[in-house]
Design a protein around this ligand. Structure first.
Ligand SMILES: NC(=O)c1ccc[n+]([C@@H]2O[C@H](COP(=O)([O-])OP(=O)(O)OC[C@H]3O[C@@H](n4cnc5c(N)ncnc54)[C@H](O)[C@@H]3O)[C@@H](O)[C@H]2O)c1
Length: 337
C-alpha cells in the first residue's frame, strides 16, 4: 500500500523524526508533503531528505490561506497515485516560553488545526492524527493507580491562575474537533496526548533536559525553578513519540476519534535528573540551586498508556538512560563545533 503523508510543522521535533521513520526504508514508495514556517525550527532538521524524491518541503504557514490552498491543490493533483492519504498535524505553538501567548496559541493550535482538518476532509484523506498534549491533565496529572487515563476527569487551572494553561485548553478543544469529524463519518483519526517529549537534537535551551546539560557543561552547576524541589516527570524520547504516531496511523481500528496517552512510566525527580546528567558528564557533587517559580505546574505527570498498548503494538524502546546518553553526546558535540 502506497501512502501520501501530509505533515504540518515538519521541521519540528516530531515532524522531522516522522520523516526519518517513514523514509528510512529506501524501498518504501510512500511520499511526504511537509511544511513549516520555521516558527521554532529550521531547515537543518530535514536537510538530509531535501534531495529525496519522496519528500517535498514547503516553507509555508498553517495560518496562510493562500499557502494552504496550494497544499490542497498539490494533494488533489497527486492523490490518485496513492492508496491512502494521512494528515499529521504537528504544527503548534508549543514551547514553555510560548505557552503564555494566548492569541498565537489560539490562531495556530486551534483555528489552524481545524482548518487543516477541514482540508484533510475536503481532499478525501482517510486519516488525521491530531497531536494534543498531556498538559490538558493540568493540576491532576497523576494518580497512584497507574497514572491518569484518557477518560479521567480534569482539574484545570485557568485564567485566575496562569495564562500558561491557554495552551492546554486550546489543545483540549482540538480533541473535540477530531472526535466530531470521526463521529460524523468524515474521516478516521485520533488525538494523542504526549508527555514531555525530548530529543537529542532539541533546540530549545529552556527545556529541562538541554537546560540541565548545558548549565552543567558551562558552569558545573544548575539553577532550577523552586517547583523542582518537588517535581517529578517522565520523559518520552521523540523516537518513541513518533513510533506511536505511526502505530496509530497504521491501526484503523484505533482511529475512532478518541484520545491516546503516549508516555513512559519511568518517573524521575528533576533533582535526580540533574544528578544523573552530572554523573554521566563526570561532574562530582554538582551544585544545584533554586530560583523562580512557575504557576500552574503540577508536581507530577504520570500517564496510563494501557489504551494504546492494548490497541496497537506500540511500546517505548528508548529508556531514559540511553536517551540521556545520546543527548549528552550530541549537545557536547554541537558545542565543540
Ligand atoms: N514536545 C513535547 O513535549 C510535546 C508534548 C505534548 C504535545 N506535543 C505536541 O506535539 C506536536 C509537535 O510538537 P513538537 O514537540 O514537535 O514541537 P516543535 O515546536 O518542535 O514543532 C512544532 C513545529 O511547528 C512549526 N510551526 C509553528 N507554527 C506554525 C505555523 N503557523 N505554520 C507552520 N508551522 C508552524 C514550528 O516551527 C515547529 O517546527 C505539537 O502539536 C505539540 O503541541 C509536544
Amino acid at each position: 500500500m502506497c501512502k501520501l503523508y501530509v505533515i504540518s510543522g515538519v521541521t519540528g521535533m516530531t515532524g522531522n523524526e516522522l520523516v526519518q521513520q517513514i523514509l528510512i526504508d529506501k524501498e518504501c514508495k510512500d511520499h511526504i508533503i511537509g511544511f513549516d514556517n520555521f516558527y521554532a525550527s529550521s531547515i537543518e532538521t530535514v536537510k538530509d531528505f531535501l534531495d529525496d524524491r519522496r519528500f517535498d518541503f514547503l516553507e509555508y504557514d498553517l495560518n496562510n490561506k493562500q499557502q494552504m490552498d496550494d497544499v490542497e491543490k498539490r494533494i488533489l493533483a497527486m492523490k490518485s497515485q496513492y492508496d491512502e492519504i494521512i494528515y499529521i498535524n504537528c504544527a503548534a505553538v508549543v514551547h514553555t516560553e510560548h505557552f503564555y501567548h494566548v492569541y498565537e496559541t489560539f490562531e495556530t493550535n486551534v483555528t489552524g488545526m481545524n482548518e487543516f482538518l477541514q482540508q484533510a476532509i475536503r481532499v478525501g484523506a482517510q486519516k488525521f492524527i491530531n497531536c494534543s498534549t498531556s498538559e490538558v491533565y493540568s493540576m491532576e496529572s497523576w494518580n497512584e493507580n497507574g497514572g491518569v487515563r484518557e477518560d479521567s476527569y480534569l482539574l484545570i487551572s485557568h485564567a485566575e491562575h496562569s495564562q500558561r494553561t491557554s495552551y492546554a485548553v486550546g489543545k483540549l478543544l482540538t480533541e473535540f474537533f477530531m472526535k466530531d469529524a470521526v463521529d460524523t463519518g468524515k474521516i478516521k483519526g485520533c488525538s494523542i496526548r504526549f508527555a514531555n517529549v525530548y530529543s537529542k537534537n532539541e533546540r530549545y535551551p529552556k527545556h529541562i533536559i538541554p537546560f540541565i546539560i548545558n548549565s552543567l557543561k558551562d558552569n558545573g552547576k544548575v539553577t532550577l525553578l523552586e517547583n523542582s524541589r518537588k517535581n517529578r516527570r517522565t520523559f518520552l524520547n521523540n523516537y518513541d513519540s513518533c513510533s506511536a504516531v505511526l502505530a496509530l496511523a497504521n491501526t484503523d481500528t484505533a482511529l475512532d476519534g478518541s484520545i491516546y496517552n503516549v508516555a513512559t512510566d519511568e518517573e524521575i525527580t528533576i533533582i535526580a535528573l540533574a544528578e544523573l546528567c552530572a554523573a554521566k558528564m563526570g561532574i562530582k557533587n554538582p551544585v544545584i540551586d533554586f530560583k523562580g517559580f512557575r504557576a500552574s505546574d503540577p508536581e507530577r505527570r504520570l500517564l496510563s498508556t494501557e489504551k494504546i498498548r492494548a490497541r496497537t503494538s506500540w511500546k517505548p524502546v528508548v529508556n531514559l538512560d540511553k536517551g540521556l546518553d545520546e543527548c549528552i553526546e550530541n549537545y557536547l558535540k554541537e558545542a565543540a563545533k
